[in-house]
Design a protein around this ligand. Structure first.
Ligand code: NAG
Ligand code: NAG
Ligand code: NAG
Ligand code: NAG
Length: 958
């Protein structure tokens, strides 16, 4: 299977046979080239229609092909990968960048030299997989959203951008460089602008925004119709490129959940907004995200929670049941068979009232002046916010003259939140449509006939006209036909019908047109036959992954979620054997010559463990507050200064910023030792952990207080009364637990938000009369994950574990030693006071996973409100992978999908749950279940279990 690939900041895309507007002399290779309309790859003009996938958000390499097949089945041809930004912790920057003084993403030599090693190595690898070396990588994006800067920062800085381009060039990247300006402002690093210029200019667009609270509201002015004009102003000589366009929405802690975001960014958004981009002539077009995945193992930034579903077309659990997946398939499959789109010229003038007399409708044209290209007319509501269904007629120039459509009377309809692409003089193999108001899904020229599949909304009137006059036949409900005889070049056969769920096939000579309603069209696929340029058309199935022909045998890889019938249209002559997912399958051939296949689907019986009845072990994960606890092995917080001035000068005698000590991920613990004067009664403490973080503090083994966290708050100041009078001359210790929700991204150049520290910003001890005790009287130690930057878990990587006792010991990994467990308490009774409890259990699974793809999720019971004082924060570990973070009173996520491969579907599995009770009453998990979604009979290859290793005694663990 061949999908191209784009890496972004570090991001990548492809193509050319030189056209005149190109500057081939500046390209370093001749495989990926471009003109002002599109890319060329090996001289072939093509659209790059891609979806963004971050493989690191699905840590099961054997499932990546499953995602790529689901992307390709849509009709897309490229995925984009990003190594930076992407709502990852620190925006993908390593935490140690907090320790350099230099401004990030600027020409500051300290920053640049900090990037040299990584870029040299990663780009060497990328260079190896460039298309020029036979790999899939076609474009390279050296920065991302280099669009705005903090006051006092040189911006845009051509020296900086040239440096990052040169880094890539020096490592052997020869592909064109592209950019991705944030949409609100643009024009940076334009081609031909000199130092720091890219080859292909691009910008992103999130026109519907991220307000998942109001998922049915399309905001005023949301549909941007000026993109083409902007493109011509900025970069008329390059293809119109949008490296990120809204494929979904992020959702923050305390947000509304991805189901609701999916109502905002749904199939209607895909219809109206993507077609608006086609009206603007976009030919390099990437959807952010096509599959979001999971922020497992602390890899997300604090602006999001564990799920990175993104309400994308492919859901976090890899299912493809969202309507937008099907809608996107209709659009991408159409463009795939419409090469004329790439050479058509978008008209940026105001066309309201020109192609339709109804000014409530705006029709934008992309007229093709090349022979046999076809022209495209994109119809939308003039007022894009309207919910009206609007009747309209068209007046279109065609090779048969100016036509008022429909010519058979009646009128067309544009439904609420709809947009359509009508075509004229559109080539369909050896035939030509003079026009069609029904939208095209695909067409394929087979040896004996050409099949065109068109669709319209249910109940709509549609009309198309085929060049020439034919003897025709039609099956299904009646159609109205009118033949217009003019001179030979202008004669045509017009067909009108009212769409319903019953299929019609209209046959004009060997052109067979399948007239469908949209819901039926959703069931169609056009899989390319491997190693050929032809495709089949398949009606039915949950997913058609691929098709191949070997001698007389046709093989399909396909998934089914119900008993169904498959119809294979255009099976090549000579095929006498059908294999589906490797099994020889019976078929019959119907009167249309289509292969009809009965697929049976049985719901498999799944035995899932009842976690409420499981045998759990309990480990106290806060031994630090016990009187005999020894922290002598902990690192001392002994840095009297920091390079990190993000929040201003240090307020504490020594830095208490975790990244100054190499701790960049997960929970942090601080130990503050002091000798009491006897007068201390209050502790003021300012902690910082990122959105929704929490903190708790104990004095010796007495609970002092907690900040339970709230959605957006990333810093919290509190003054706590100490539990009891202190005794002069006695030694005391504070134990502080501070959550790190991930490091902030670094969006605005040079403002260094990525350096926003994690840990303790300030503290004071006060007497009852508010007299402050000198700060240096407390000496601090701290810890995060065991080993900090010398992290222990090389399999799961540097971010997966934080500083909790059980994590430092590795007890979250499979098979922790029984001796670590102090009782058999269970998460459902929990603990009765503030603290940190760890519960672990194991269970075998035996699931029919070679035949079925079975989505599993851990689901926490979600009482509508928590009794005040019983809030908790939880971490979920599955076979050692942290696959869930939960904050009971903030939410919104309660269901945590875990992919097969992390779960061993045929073997033993270990699950761990940390419960951090922040309130005085302690906490319990009201309920935890392992639940299955619909098992899909699957053609994906078998999943390899990711063996991250189990518990081993860790030397030096404390
Ligand atoms: C099967 O897949 C279709 C298409 O994606 C979807 O509409 C339907 O809800 C699925 N059925 C089940 C039982 O999941
Ligand atoms: C476009 O043209 C229509 C019809 O002439 C007019 O009503 C409308 O105001 C124009 N729109 C813009 C943005 O100029
Ligand atoms: C601050 O940066 C300098 C290099 O500029 C480095 O030598 C020093 O170790 C850094 N200090 C800290 C506390 O990280
Ligand atoms: C915490 O206190 C500091 C110092 O007084 C102040 O600047 C900051 O705004 C406070 N933060 C919050 C979240 O209250």
């Amino acid at each position: 299977m061949r999908l191209l690939s784009v890496l972004s900041a570090v991001s990548v895309t492809a193509g050319l046979g030189y056209a005149e507007t190109l500057k081939p002399q500046t390209l370093l290779q001749d495989i990926v080239t471009f003109d002002n309309s599109s890319l060329f790859i090996n001289g072939e003009r093509l659209m790059i229609f891609s979806g963004e996938v971050h493989p690191f958000r699905l840590p099961v390499p054997s499932l990546w092909l499953d995602i790529f097949q689901k992307v390709k089945a849509l009709g897309l041809n490229t995925p984009v990968n990003k190594a930076a930004d992407a709502e990852a912790s620190g925006g993908g920057f390593p935490g140690w960048l907090q320790r350099i003084k230099g401004h990030l993403r600027t020409a500051d030599p300290e920053f640049l030299s900090a990037t040299d090693n990584y870029i040299a190595n990663i780009d060497k690898l990328i260079a190896k997989y460039q298309i020029t070396n036979g790999g899939p990588i076609i474009l390279y994006q050296p920065e991302n959203e280099y669009t705005g800067a903090a006051a006092g920062i040189k911006f845009p800085d051509p020296d900086y951008m040239q440096y990052v381009i040169d880094q890539a060039r020096d490592a052997g990247i020869v592909l064109p460089m592209m950019s991705n300006d944030a949409s609100w402002k643009g024009g940076h690093n334009l081609p031909c602008s000199g130092k720091g210029e890219v080859d292909i200019y691009g910008h992103d667009g999130y026109p519907l925004g991220f307000d998942c609270k109001n998922p049915t509201t399309w905001p005023l002015g949301g549909l941007i119709t000026q993109y083409r004009t902007q493109h011509l102003n900025f970069s008329a000589s390059t293809p119109y490129t949008v490296p990120e366009f809204q494929g979904g929405s992020f959702d923050p802690w305390g947000g509304y959940g991805f189901d609701q975001c999916g109502q905002l960014i749904n199939h209607e958004q895909v219809r109206v907004f993507y077609k608006n981009m086609f009206a603007s002539g976009v030919t390099i077009f990437n959807l952010y995200m096509i599959f979001g995945g999971t922020n497992w193992g602390n890899l997300g930034h604090p602006g999001g929670y564990t799920s990175y579903d993104y309400a994308a077309a492919i859901a976090e659990d890899r299912t493809v049941s969202r309507e937008k997946y099907s809608e996107l398939k209709l659009e991408a499959s159409f463009l795939k068979v419409s090469p004329g789109y790439l050479t058509a010229t978008p008209d940026i003038s105001n066309k309201t009232g020109v192609y339709s007399p109804n000014i409530d409708i705006t029709v934008t044209s992309l007229v093709n002046y090349t022979p046999k290209g076809g022209s495209f007319y994109v119809v939308r509501h003039t007022d894009y916010q309207t919910l009206a269904s609007t009747p309209y007629t068209l007046s279109l120039p065609t090779s048969a003259g100016n036509l008022s459509i429909p010519i058979l009377g009646s009128s067309l309809t544009l439904g609420r939140r709809d947009s359509k692409v009508h075509v004229t003089d559109y080539p369909v193999g050896d035939h030509k449509l003079i026009y069609s108001t029904a939208e095209i899904f695909t067409w394929q020229k087979f040896s004996d006939r050409t099949v065109l599949v068109v669709y319209g909304g249910e109940g709509e009137t549609h009309e198309l006209a085929i060049a020439d006059v034919f003897k025709w036949k039609s099956t299904g409900p009646p159609v109205q036909v009118k033949t217009v005889k003019k001179d030979a070049r202008k004669s045509f056969t017009a067909v009108q019908w009212k769409t319903n769920s019953e299929r019609r096939i209209f046959k004009a000579g060997n052109l067979h047109i399948y007239l469908l309603d949209r819901n039926s069209a959703y069931n169609y696929w056009a899989p390319q036959i491997a190693d050929t340029s032809s495709s089949l058309i398949v009606n039915g199935g949950y997913l058609i992954r691929s098709a191949s022909i070997n001698g007389a045998s046709l093989s399909l890889q396909a998934d089914f979620n119900t008993t169904t019938t498959l119809e294979l249209i255009g099976v090549p002559r000579g095929v006498s054997k059908l294999q589906i997912n490797g099994e020889t399958t019976k078929y019959r051939i119907d009167s249309e010559g289509n292969y009809i296949v009965k697929i049976s689907y049985k719901v498999p019986t799944l035995f899932l463990p009842d976690l409420s009845k499981a045998k759990w072990s309990y480990i106290d994960s806060l031994p630090e507050i016990q009187p005999d606890y020894d922290d002598s092995a902990w690192p001392s917080a002994n840095l009297k200064s920091t390079n990190n001035t993000y929040v201003g000068p240090l307020k504490t005698p020594a830095s208490l910023y975790a990244s100054d000590y190499g701790f960049h991920t997960g929970a942090l613990l601080f130990r503050g030792h002091f000798t009491a004067t006897g007068a201390e009664t209050k502790l003021y403490i300012s902690t910082i952990g990122g959105s929704a973080f929490g903190s708790s503090v104990w004095l010796n083994n007495s609970f002092v207080g907690s900040w339970r966290g709230s959605g957006a708050a990333s810093v919290h100041n509190d003054t706590y009364n100490l539990p009891s009078p202190l005794v002069a001359g006695e030694n005391y210790v504070f134990t502080m637990l501070v959550d790190n929700m991930g490091l902030d991204e670094d969006w605005t150049v040079g403002d260094d938000t990525m350096k926003r520290p994690r840990g303790i910003l300030d503290y004071s001890l006060f007497t009852s009369t508010n007299i402050s005790v000198p700060k240096s009287d407390i000496t601090w130690k701290l810890t995060g994950n065991l080993g900090g930057e010398q992290y222990r878990d090389k399999a799961r990587g540097p971010l997966n574990e934080g500083g909790l006792y059980v994590e430092r010991q590795g007890y979250h990994l499979p098979s922790p030693p029984a001796s670590a467990s102090s009782s058999s308490s269970i998460p459902f009774t929990g603990i009765s006071q503030p603290g940190v409890a760890f519960y672990t259990t194991s269970f075998p699974l035996s699931l029919p996973s070679s035949e079925y793809d079975i989505p599993l999720s851990f689901v926490l019971d979600n009482p509508t409100s928590f009794e005040s004082g019983t809030e908790y924060r939880a971490w979920l570990y599955v076979n050692g992978f942290q696959y869930g973070r939960y904050v009971s009173h903030i939410g919104p996520q309660t269901s945590f999908p875990v992919p097969e491969g992390i779960l061993n579907y045929n073997g033993e599995n270990w699950v761990g749950v940390v419960v951090w009770a922040t309130g005085k009453k302690g906490a319990k998990v009201p309920g935890l279940k392992l639940e299955a979604g619909t098992p899909v009979r699957t053609g994906r290859k078998e999943v390899e279990v990711v063996d991250g290793g189990g518990w081993e005694r860790r030397t030096g663990a404390y």
